[in-house]
Design a protein around this ligand. Structure first.
Ligand SMILES: *[C@@H]1O[C@H](CO)[C@@H](O)[C@H](O)[C@H]1NC(C)=O
Ligand SMILES: *[C@@H]1O[C@H](CO)[C@@H](O)[C@H](O)[C@H]1NC(C)=O
Ligand SMILES: *[C@@H]1O[C@H](CO)[C@@H](O)[C@H](O)[C@H]1NC(C)=O
Ligand SMILES: *[C@@H]1O[C@H](CO)[C@@H](O)[C@H](O)[C@H]1NC(C)=O
Ligand SMILES: *[C@@H]1O[C@H](CO)[C@@H](O)[C@H](O)[C@H]1NC(C)=O
Length: 830
């Protein structure tokens, strides 16, 4: 017994779909507009792209943009044939179910999620009929954060081809007046500079970027694919009033507090630096350069300490010392000698830093603890919760802890949650040529404390965002939002109380005008929601148990109410062609650039089904035979499935230009699963996987393989893991999932990334047509409208998705149309 699935009438169409992958030469972007409106630091950006399929056949057209990772997407629309299709924000789990179902039907075009330093991606594609037009419209919102005395609006333009009608329009409106505005970024250079125009008024500014088609090919980072770069607008506002700007509307308020006419506080700063083996080479060198630079910048009335650590602690001095030039010079020599060594004892190092600060209290100064590390604790106390509670106890709210995570081997979540628990923040330092500048830049942000113990008080205010801040630094800004009780402006009184060099300061302004704006808008309310969700995201990191769940629930409620795509929600895009669905998740910080292709569930199922790792196949009674499933483009009807014979050998994937060929043999009994898979990596070399183990044939030697490691032959890398074997051929990635059933191993191949190479073939390549699934027939017999005579209701389990979803299909008896097709993939030898 053994089964596979077929769908006759739509087979040709499905084949056509499978071969129409996006090919950018086939469509024209008529217009690409980016419109950004910033009002009181809240930026709402709309990207609109109008595209035509200029071929005589249907084409898949792609919309692919990058947006600031601090932003929340709030709208996505597709206009086609005068109809509008709106993306809907749903709870992540709910969206995930839809995604899984779509993936299962072979319909999803997949999600792309990756996070760069400042940008993340949004991508979708739609099949468009010949000579038809489609319009994509994406909206995202972001509260600009003040850093080093300026706000930064980053606009990334990469339409993927020169565009006749390309425009970026920015309008900034600030009630306090704009004190300066500069335009930077790769798109504001040389050939393109004259495409940028600006108009300034006192409280408003307009920036236009209208490059011609020729100019779009001329800039530094541009080419035949047109523009590729950023337009960055930096600006600041006037601060005539030390209480700052307060805006109110519809019973909500936002308060921006950033007084500048204050004296700097002297500071006590301790740098705790990991010098263990993983900091080897350039990282430790860049750390030294940054530290030396930072030491040079200390003011003479600052006190400081430097601790480097591996499994031991290395003090420069056991106590804080004043930053006299002699002391600074001596510390620089210590910094020069920081080397990469052995293991890491983060617990002792941070506790020691806290001890030094606690032991040297200085009235009227601001203390700061800065930890730099590039990995996880490996020695001493290594239990993360234990470290966090030790550190929290040692710091006891007396000063902030800032954690800098160098590179991607850090447990950034751990660092972030530890920093947040101690009034600080965490920052990732990217391993690039400018890492020392990133370190210095971070230090500069906290280099000039102006106030400590800042308490923002709002009589007549309610549902406030965070109101207590341990320190306020020159160049930054404190933002608080909330509601005005009963919208009673008369009683609403904002006030700030803080300490500056031992003096209690009160900031208020009886004359402040709290006039609601003439034009009604829900902007203030949205800022309030944006800020609340951001802070709930931080809170969630620090909590566990029911408290964490409550925070999540509140964040979800707000995200849904304001239509924000946040870590708690996803956007479900139903496409005009059939009921094809895309789900866009907000990618997670720290996720390395990572393209998710057709059928990839690594962001999908695994995330939604908890962190439990890879579940084994569920125990299903009546589990009997193996089948192939053909996706039906109409989700109203279930797909069809068809028996295949046990022992069948199939060509899974053949990628001639990479010298990669993968064949699989179905179990000789019922054909329930693959019992052997052979990966050919060249004429002589191969890897064979069967239920007894793995055999590697390389350089005329045969070895048996167990354990987890990596082999590379030619351009193909094979990585052995516990529950999967990852076959990576650059542009193509195949995963062989390993399941265990009744103590016996079974294998399931899944294509995670497919090449655009037209010569690539095999049954997995046609996954929009065939999907490999397991089928459990049930007793109900049904008929479908005469066209299919013999059909049985059956359930199918998709093992190419680790969550192994089950769905219903119509089992057709053998001898049907697909059988011949299937024969195309039959091989005689593995
Ligand atoms: C704020 O001060 C600047 C000079 O610092 C001045 O040009 C501007 O008019 C003032 N704005 C308001 C609203 O008072
Ligand atoms: C704060 O920064 C501004 C520039 O952004 C500078 O003019 C001012 O002097 C700084 N204040 C102190 C106390 O360093
Ligand atoms: C510092 O580097 C070590 C050694 O390679 C690394 O394993 C460790 O995780 C890092 N230490 C901390 C505290 O991150
Ligand atoms: C904020 O600080 C004030 C004064 O120091 C204190 O009374 C209040 O409890 C603090 N609130 C929170 C939420 O920590
Ligand atoms: C409020 O206005 C009065 C009268 O115009 C003025 O004397 C006073 O200095 C103002 N107070 C503040 C804090 O601006």
């Amino acid at each position: 017994m053994g089964k596979a699935l077929v769908q006759f009438t739509l087979f040709g169409l499905l084949l056509a779909l499978a071969t129409t992958l996006p090919n950018r030469g086939d469509w024209d972007i008529y217009s690409f507009h980016i419109n950004s409106k910033v009002t009181s630091r809240y930026a709402i950006t709309v990207i609109t792209s109008r595209v035509v399929n200029r071929m005589d056949e249907s084409k898949e057209i792609e919309f692919h943009v990058q947006i600031p990772k601090n932003a929340f997407i709030s709208k996505f629309k597709i206009f086609i044939n005068r109809k509008e299709y709106d993306g809907v924000v749903k709870a992540k789990e709910q969206a995930q179910q839809q995604y899984d179902a779509a993936v299962f039907r072979g319909e999803s075009a997949g999600i792309v999620s990756s996070v760069g330093r400042t940008l993340e991606e949004f991508k979708t594609s739609v099949t468009v009929a010949p000579h038809k037009k489609i319009t994509f419209e994406l909206t995202y919102e972001e509260l600009l954060k003040r850093r080093l005395g300026k706000y930064e609006l980053q606009i990334h333009a990469r339409p993927m081809q020169p565009v006749r009608d390309f425009k970026v329009d920015v309008h900034i409106s600030e009630k306090a007046g704009i004190s300066f505005l500069v335009i930077k970024g790769g798109l504001n250079t040389n050939a393109l500079a004259n495409a940028v125009t600006r108009t300034d008024a006192d409280k408003e500014a307009w920036v236009y970027f209208y490059p011609s088609e020729d100019q779009q090919k001329m800039c530094d980072s541009c080419g035949d694919e047109g523009l590729n770069g950023d337009l960055v607008i930096l600006y600041d506002v006037n601060r005539n009033n030390s209480l700052g700007d307060i805006e109110i509307s519809n019973g909500y308020f936002v308060h921006h507090f950033a007084p500048s006419n204050l004296v700097r506080l002297s500071k006590n700063v301790v740098f705790v630096i990991n010098q263990s083996g993983s900091m080897h080479g350039r990282k430790i060198e860049q750390t030294r350069i940054a530290l030396i630079h930072i030491l040079n910048d200390l003011a003479e009335d600052d006190y400081f300490g430097v601790i480097s650590f591996d499994s031991n602690l290395f003090h420069w001095k056991r106590e804080l010392v004043q930053a006299t030039s002699a002391n600074v010079d001596s510390a620089k020599i210590f910094a020069q000698n920081i080397k990469d060594r052995g293991a890491t004892n983060i617990n002792s190092a941070v506790l020691e830093g806290a001890r030094m600060l606690n032991a040297n209290p200085r009235e009227g100064s601001a203390s700061i603890l800065i930890l730099l590390t590039d990995g996880e604790p490996t020695t001493g106390v290594i239990n993360l919760d234990k470290i966090q509670s030790n550190v929290k106890r040692a710091i006891a709210g007396k000063f902030p802890l800032y954690c800098l995570g160098f590179g991607f081997d850090v447990n950034f979540e751990f660092l972030e949650s530890m920093a947040l628990q101690n009034d600080g923040t965490a920052r990732r330092i990217y391993e690039d040529a400018d890492a020392n500048l990133q370190l210095q830049g971070f230090y500069e942000e906290v280099a000039t404390p102006l106030l400590t113990d800042v308490t923002m008080v709002y009589v007549g205010g309610t549902n406030l965002t965070q109101t207590n801040f341990s320190q306020y630094y020159n160049g930054s800004e404190i933002v608080v939002a909330g509601e005005i009780t009963n919208n009673d402006i008369e009683t609403f009184t904002p006030q700030v109380v803080a300490i500056s060099s031992n003096t209690r300061m009160v900031f208020n302004n009886p004359n402040i005008s709290l006039e609601p704006p003439e034009t009604k808008s829900d902007r203030i309310q949205r800022v309030c929601a944006y800020l609340t969700v951001k802070q709930l995201m931080e809170k969630e990191l620090q909590l566990s148990g029911p408290e964490k769940d409550n925070v999540k629930e509140e964040a979800l409620r707000l995200s849904l109410k304001y239509n924000f795509v946040t870590p708690f929600t996803s956007m479900v895009v139903t496409k005009p062609t059939g009921d094809i669905t895309d789900v866009h998740h907000k990618p997670k910080e720290g996720a390395r650039s990572h393209h998710v292709q057709q059928n990839d569930d690594s962001h999908g199922s695994r995330g939604a089904h908890g962190e439990s790792g890879q579940p084994g196949p569920p125990c299903i009674p009546g589990f009997s035979s193996n089948m192939f499933l053909v996706s039906h483009p109409d989700s109203q009807n279930d797909p069809l499935c068809l028996d295949v014979t046990g022992g069948l050998r199939l060509k899974l994937l053949h990628h001639p230009s990479r010298g990669l060929s993968v064949n699989g043999e179905l179990d000789s009994g019922a054909g329930e699963y693959f019992s052997r898979i052979k990966i050919h990596l060249g004429p002589e070399d191969h890897v064979e996987i069967d239920t007894t183990g793995v055999t590697v044939r390389q350089d005329q030697a045969t070895t048996h393989h167990n354990g987890q490691d990596t082999i590379t032959i030619g351009s193909v890398t094979v990585i052995f893991r516990d529950k999967e074997i990852d076959v990576n051929a650059g542009d193509t990635r195949l995963v062989i999932l390993i399941y265990e059933r009744n103590g016996k191993k079974m294998f399931w191949p899944a294509l995670r990334q497919r090449s655009q190479d037209p010569n690539i073939e095999g049954i997995l390549v046609f996954q929009q047509v065939y999907r490999l699934v397991q089928i459990i027939p049930t007793t109900t017999i049904l008929e479908i409208d005469g066209q299919y005579a013999d059909v049985t209701r059956a359930d199918a389990v998709d093992y190419s998705i680790v969550s192994t979803p089950t769905l219903s299909c119509w089992l057709v008896s053998s001898g049907s149309g697909l059988h011949r097709r299937l024969e195309n993939f039959i091989v005689t030898e593995l």
